[in-house]
Design a protein around this ligand. Sequence first.
Ligand code: AMP
Length: 430
Amino acid sequence: MTFQNIPGTFDILPDAYDAGGAMVYGSAAWRHVEATVRDVMRRFGFQEIRTPVFEPTDLVARGVGGTTDIVQKEMFAFTKGSTDYVLRPEITAPVMRSYLQHHLAQRGGTQKLYYIGPCFRAERPQRGRFRQFHQFGTETLGTDDPRADAETIACMVAVYDAFGITGTRLRINTLGDAESRPRYREALRAHLAPHADQLSETSRRRLDTNPLRILDTKSPDEQTLLEDAPLLIDYVDDASRAHYETVKALLTSLDIDFVEDPRLVRGLDYYTQTAFELESDDLGAQSALAGGGRYDGLAEAVGSKQAVPAVGFAAGFERLFLALEAQQVALPDRPDPAAFLVALGEEAERWVFAAAHRLRKAGLAVGLDVRGRSLKAQMKEANRQNARTAVIVGKDELAAQAAQVKDMETGEQCSVPFDELAEALKRSEV
Ligand code: AMP
């Protein structure tokens, strides 16, 4: 019997491979993409935070919201002793927990944090939708200033710009303050209730629990029902409206294109005011590259006595890779060794084994054969590993204390004294 990875998860191998029609990038590509994300975060002044991959179930249930699909259907939850745990489905509630637990507010100013890490949701796997996926995102905690909203959006957009991804669409909306939403919720419910029999079972359930989610519907019939539905913006308080106007003006001043979408709501309950989503047509059904918004209600939802105004975005690496693939953005492959050491005969094998160690300690990436194979097999391996040079050592070279160094691209070969090898290889590495 052999084991397979769990559906909806994937391995990241040194090389890219094709998993049932989906390209899975190699670890070098992942490192590069992660490094680019980190560089954008650095430029925008976000500091990294890392939190555990599992959290108390209650934190997630309260933080994400009991009526959401995530909490109702998609949590990987388990119990140990008398405690319930959940593999984190997102990282905003954990960051808020950490912020409150470590009294980060007392460090003064706003906290600008970013994260990178795996998240878990028991969704039906499909293209761009996994059960273990990887998110990056920011959280700016401790300010209700609209500049923080605009900065968050600018940072999110800058990540995709950094890769040269084009053709994305930024949609924004305002959800108003904590009082606006219940008012709107009732208006929407009143509009849809007479047509309840035309709604899907899911939407009928949402009509009771969370009617705003019906606005997300993909069903054309339901979309028709929504055409003359009341609009959230008409139920939003004046202060939120002014906040929204400022965010839009700031985005315009940064030359960031957006479209207003009065039906944009986010799946998570703790959002207030600004909500946004970045989409790409390159992704197929799962068109959301990233999304976020302001969540001034989260801190209190997870037990804080004081409100903590905050704004952030979350993005998926897998969707970013889909966009990179669709736009044929070149990503690095596995790194090549600077040199591959080839030995002829037992004495040379011993010398080469020690020499590889010395060169590696000197900072060079060096390959060698550890199976005692023929010259031909070793040269083939040097080729397979894409080594830039092959360093060949046999009896004659040992006697002369100089190796044959062959440039694998040009085929040129020259003799290099053993004690100059490290320097010569370093020169060829660059
Ligand atoms: P959400 O918290 O649902 O708004 O998710 C934020 C971002 O994470 C989305 O825009 C996607 O890019 C990504 N994402 C969410 N769920 C999944 C999933 N199951 N598989 C892959 N990416 C996901």
